[in-house]
Write a protein that binds this ligand. Structure first.
Ligand SMILES: Cc1cc2nc3c(=O)[nH]c(=O)nc-3n(C[C@H](O)[C@H](O)[C@H](O)COP(=O)(O)OP(=O)(O)OC[C@H]3O[C@@H](n4cnc5c(N)ncnc54)[C@H](O)[C@@H]3O)c2cc1C
Ligand code: FES
Length: 279
């Protein structure tokens, strides 16, 4: 077992209050949360928190808002899939939850600066990527070209529609969206997210790709990115493993010598390509 230095603050559950909720789709809700005493969460895009609902349990959830947000509150976007997430969905503004963290390594923003970004989100993967996208827009001059590719099962599953409309209007962003299954009124593209990658004009040596989505997506997206000559060390992926402690103690998230909660959840492809159960 790894020896890991822990600070007291990683054990302490802070009191969080739900300020607002917004139903985004039938299964996903956005929660705006404040910490007791107006404390800032102080996270990096790509990091996660351990969120607990009294009587239900504790789960890892990515922070979906940007650290550049001037408000001290933060946002998480949660899909109702089981015990804790369903209990959370039943809570309303004013209700209290527990928060530990932030945990893990986020996206290496300092390394991204001055380079181009290709952000590829599948479904709920837009939740953690939104934190990075908002940060990049708040500090737009620090980054080169920005490409955002989004893939969803159907138009009804697209999250943050109002914000996406704004990204689509921007002249300094290349944005494309595709759905697996269209409806008659859908005027956009139909097909897997991989079909969008060949059409992106990029300079591979100065492009960092960031890929977040369901595990099944990674293998195929990474293959396309490597075919575009983006070096493996410039392809970032975020691992969602089952997690319990969030801080390198319990081993729930362990893949060989790697602890997804602490060494990740964000890795570059060269770091993880030799792991069993990797992509
Ligand atoms: C680093 C990280 C960041 C995450 N960020 C988000 C986020 O921003 N929004 C969000 O909605 N979800 C996110 N998840 C997934 C979320 O943690 C799980 O959906 C949640 O733990 C399910 O708990 P539950 O008690 O509601 O479901 P359970 O009753 O425990 O299980 C219901 C179903 O969900 C599956 N499940 C449980 N845990 C996970 C997991 N860690 N990953 C994938 N499937 C799981 C189970 O296998 C089961 O099929 C993240 C997970 C990790 C590891
Ligand atoms: S979640 Fe416990 S070691 Fe990673």
């Amino acid at each position: 077992m790894k020896k890991i230095a822990l600070t007291n603050s990683q054990y302490i559950m802070k009191k969080g209050k739900i300020l607002r909720t917004r139903q985004l789709t039938d299964f996903e809700k956005l929660f705006e949360i404040s910490l007791e005493g107006g404390e800032r969460l102080d996270h990096e895009p790509g990091q996660f928190i351990m969120l607990s609902v009294c009587g239900a349990g504790e789960i890892p959830i990515s922070v979906s808002s940007s650290p550049s947000n001037i408000s001290s509150s933060f946002e998480v976007c949660v899909r109702a899939v089981g015990k804790v997430t369903n209990a959370l969905h039943k809570l309303e503004a004013g209700d209290e939850i527990g928060i530990r963290g932030p945990f893990g390594k986020g996206f290496p923003i300092r390394i991204f600066e001055g380079n181009d970004l290709l952000m590829v989100a599948g479904g709920l993967g837009i939740a953690p990527l939104r934190s990075l996208i908002k940060y990049v827009f708040d500090n737009r001059r620090d980054f080169g070209k920005v490409h955002i590719l989004l893939g969803c099962k159907s138009p009804a599953d697209i999250l943050f529609l109002d914000e996406i409309e704004e990204w689509n209007q921007r002249m300094d962003v290349y944005y494309e969206c595709t759905v697996d299954r269209a409806v008659p009124e859908w005027q956009g593209q139909v097909g897997r997210i991989t079909t969008l990658i060949p059409g992106v004009h990029l300079e591979p040596e100065r492009t960092f790709a960031v890929v977040v989505g369901p595990p099944v997506m990674y293998k195929f997206v990474i293959k396309e990115l490597l075919a575009k000559n983006i070096p493996g060390r410039q392809i970032m992926v975020s691992f969602e493993r089952h997690m319990k402690c969030g801080m390198g103690k319990c081993g729930h998230c362990q893949i060989q010598h790697v602890y997804a909660c602490q060494d990740g959840p964000v890795f570059n492809y060269d770091e993880i390509k030799y792991l069993k159960e990797s992509y």
